[in-house]
Design a protein around this ligand. Structure first.
Ligand code: WTA
Length: 651
């Protein structure tokens, strides 16, 4: 690892912005100077310029209740009004907001006027179902325009949405519904994925039937998309179209206080229980809009933007829904997978809509690299002018491929570091200003203060590394963990007091650019998605054949990390099946318990796990084993022979 890092830190390739790009760039170098001179004044200016306030605020930041920040808190705004009505009122109603591309190739286009009209009707549907400001709505949907419409309709009435990624299991969905105490679930019969309809409504049914029924949910609103047969609970289930038939077309958006909650999004932490990350409106929308406009160099009247993330993740919240729509952008929303029905599907979409800004994840880029450059070469990608990357470090090789093959050798790449908790981009180049360096996320965005510190909290300098912290409150920061203020304090603030601890390792190179080095806690990053080792371990030990389990993230060429599990079977069940069978059973079990994304790529059945004398499993050593590396320091092990036995079993 350290060798690799040293190599990376001597990356010599530099990509200065072209004069042509700089001349038209939205984000100017003066943003840095302005924000340094007066940070709060800078955010104040952005909030006023980028958003419409129903009631102007007089206070920018109130940090007196740290670590719970209040931004613009005596002001009022309506997030949906900012994303919809004002564009229509200002004469942009005919601009396309969403090109909805279904996986089978069907297309639905919404202008800003049409999107506004539909959101108003759905807002009225929610109200008619007794959902009001502050109530929670769970969303379990495919990537179709209705997912965006649902989120905006929720925001419009001041409800709080919690989107659950469609790949999560009934159990995962239920635990999120319970934790958020959702009153309403919005789903679809099914959606298209890999050339097939995958059912969603049956998973919602199973979730609501679990634990003997008795959930907080009164209604399930169902979009017809997959046309698959679904079971129906009269009185509870309502078709989306039927519900809209009876409601008023008009809905007047009212302002809500800037600290009114907008959404809860669950993300994996270091324990078995996901954290409900809470975001509010004014500060969140300010930073989402600011970064979307400046980091992607958005020219809203000419660009066609496409972020490939699902709304089940934070990237889908901030850079499919709130940032782009607040900025009046035209964007593509694509339902399906990159390879259905053919491996050039994404490039075909770029050609079809003349996509000019593409925002995706390194794992996708690496899988395209494997398939070869001949595939994108068949399509006209000349509309591309800015590329973005998110979710994990982008290795220089993938960076160069993305730049040359997708970006025609000229489109700048912005590598954006941020988290569910940060709400919006925190570290990234400013295209047109920053000289790019493949592999490095580079510099904090204007208005954000980041440090790399050692274990004692001492800031590091060029050529050294440590832990990434955010040293000053920022507008789109999380306001807490839903229902668990103690965990909020403990997870992010206990380590350094007044600095937010992100959980990532990082280093400055000799120029002072930031390189992200991955998580320093028990959180894995698989295909840019966060998974907790503890959550998967607890699913494994929940199976009757398992006595003990340890999970690690092992380096993987395509997905960044892969889930690898080491399992000890109960003596009473050892002879029930072969190790291969046990491994297959357990992989399936995890997929059923948590969701397919958490399915281990390998489950090794072992006789013992390496433990310290105090009984703590040494995952670091298991990671060495899983990655086929020489085993590290074993001196603290209770039984030093264990690792070589496991190693021999595995290889
Ligand atoms: C990782 C996704 C390196 C990091 C927006 C972070 C990255 C976690 C990058 C958050 C990047 C995200 N370079 N690492 N550009 N972007 N990460 O909450 O470990 O799903 O802590 O948010 O992904 O994942 P999350």
């Amino acid at each position: 690892m350290s060798n690799n890092i040293d190599n990376l830190l001597h990356e010599d390739r530099r990509f200065p912005p072209s004069a042509e790009f700089t001349a038209q760039a939205v984000g100017q170098a003066s943003l840095y100077a302005d924000s340094k001179k007066d940070r709060l004044g800078f955010w104040d200016k952005q909030a006023k310029e980028l958003l419409h306030w129903h009631k102007p605020y007089t206070r920018v930041l109130d940090w007196s209740d740290a670590p719970v920040a209040k931004w613009f808190d005596d002001g009022e705004l309506n997030v949906a009004y900012n994303c919809l009505d004002r564009h229509v009122l200002e004469g942009r109603g005919d601009r396309v907001a969403i090109y909805g591309e279904g996986e089978p190739g069907d297309q639905r286009v919404y202008t800003y006027s049409e999107l506004t009209a539909e959101v108003k009707r759905v807002a009225n549907v929610f109200l008619s179902l007794g959902v009001t400001a502050g109530d929670r709505i769970a969303i379990y949907m495919p990537m179709i325009p209705e997912a965006v419409i649902t989120m905006l309709a929720s925001a419009r009435i001041g409800a709080v949405h919690t989107v659950v990624f469609g790949g999560f299991s009934a159990d995962s969905l239920r635990s999120r519904i319970d934790d958020a105490e959702a009153k309403l679930v919005v789903t679809a019969d099914g959606g298209w994925r890999k050339g097939k309809v995958f059912p969603l409504k049956p998973t919602v049914d199973a979730a609501l039937e679990a634990n003997g029924g008795g959930s907080t949910v009164d209604h399930v609103l169902v979009v017809k998309r997959g046309e698959n047969d679904v079971a129906w609970t009269e009185g509870r289930d309502i078709w989306w179209d039927d519900a809209q038939a009876g409601v008023d077309a008009e809905h007047v958006a009212q302002g809500f206080p800037a600290e009114h909650p907008l959404f809860i999004l669950y993300t994996s932490g270091t324990t078995g229980k996901p954290k409900g990350i809470l975001h509010t409106t004014g500060g969140y929308l300010t930073q989402a809009a600011f970064t979307h406009k400046n980091i992607f160099d958005l020219h809203a009247d000419t660009d066609v933007y496409w972020c490939t993330a699902d709304v089940g993740w934070i990237t889908g919240h901030s850079y499919v829904v709130y940032g782009p729509l607040a900025n009046g952008a035209t964007q593509v929303v694509y339902e399906g997978t990159p390879d259905a029905p053919h491996p050039g599907r994404w490039w075909e979409i770029i050609e079809k809509y003349k996509v000019s800004i593409l925002y995706t994840a390194p794992t996708a880029i690496r899988s395209f690299m494997k398939l070869g450059r001949e595939i994108p070469a068949k399509f006209d990608l000349s509309s591309i002018r800015v590329l973005g990357s998110v979710g994990e470090p982008i290795n220089p090789e993938a960076w160069i491929w993305y730049h040359d093959i997708i970006g025609g050798g000229k489109a700048p790449i912005v590598d954006t570091w941020w988290q569910t908790e940060t709400g919006a981009i925190m570290i990234a180049a400013l295209p047109g200003v920053t000289t790019l360096k493949p592999g490095s996320a580079q510099v904090p965005i204007p208005g954000v203060v980041i440090d790399i510190v050692d274990d004692q909290g001492i800031p590091q300098d060029k050529n050294s590394g440590g832990l990434l912290v955010i040293s000053e409150p920022w507008p789109s920061m999380l306001r807490g963990i839903w229902g668990d203020p103690a965990r909020f304090q403990e997870t992010y603030w206990e380590k350094f007091g007044d600095k937010y601890f992100a959980g990532d390792g990082a280093r400055y190179d000799r120029d002072g650019d930031i390189w992200l080095l991955g998580r320093v806690d028990d959180v894995m990053n698989v295909s840019g998605h966060r998974l907790s080792t503890a959550e998967i371990e607890s699913a494994l030990v929940g199976n009757q054949i398992v006595a003990e389990a340890a999970v690690v993230g092992a380096a993987d060429e395509t997905t960044g990390q892969a889930v690898v599990a080491f399992v000890i079977l109960k003596k009473s069940h050892i002879d029930d099946q072969t190790p291969e069978e046990a491994s297959a059973i357990l992989r399936k079990h995890v997929a059923e318990q948590i969701g397919a994304i958490a399915r281990p790529s390998k489950v090794y059945i072992v006789e013992e796990l390496p433990k310290t004398r105090s009984g703590k499993i040494m995952r670091r050593l298991l990671q060495d084993v899983a990655e086929g590396r020489e085993i590290g320091d074993t001196t603290t092990l209770a039984d030093t022979g264990v690792v070589s036995i496991i190693s021999a079993q595995v290889h």
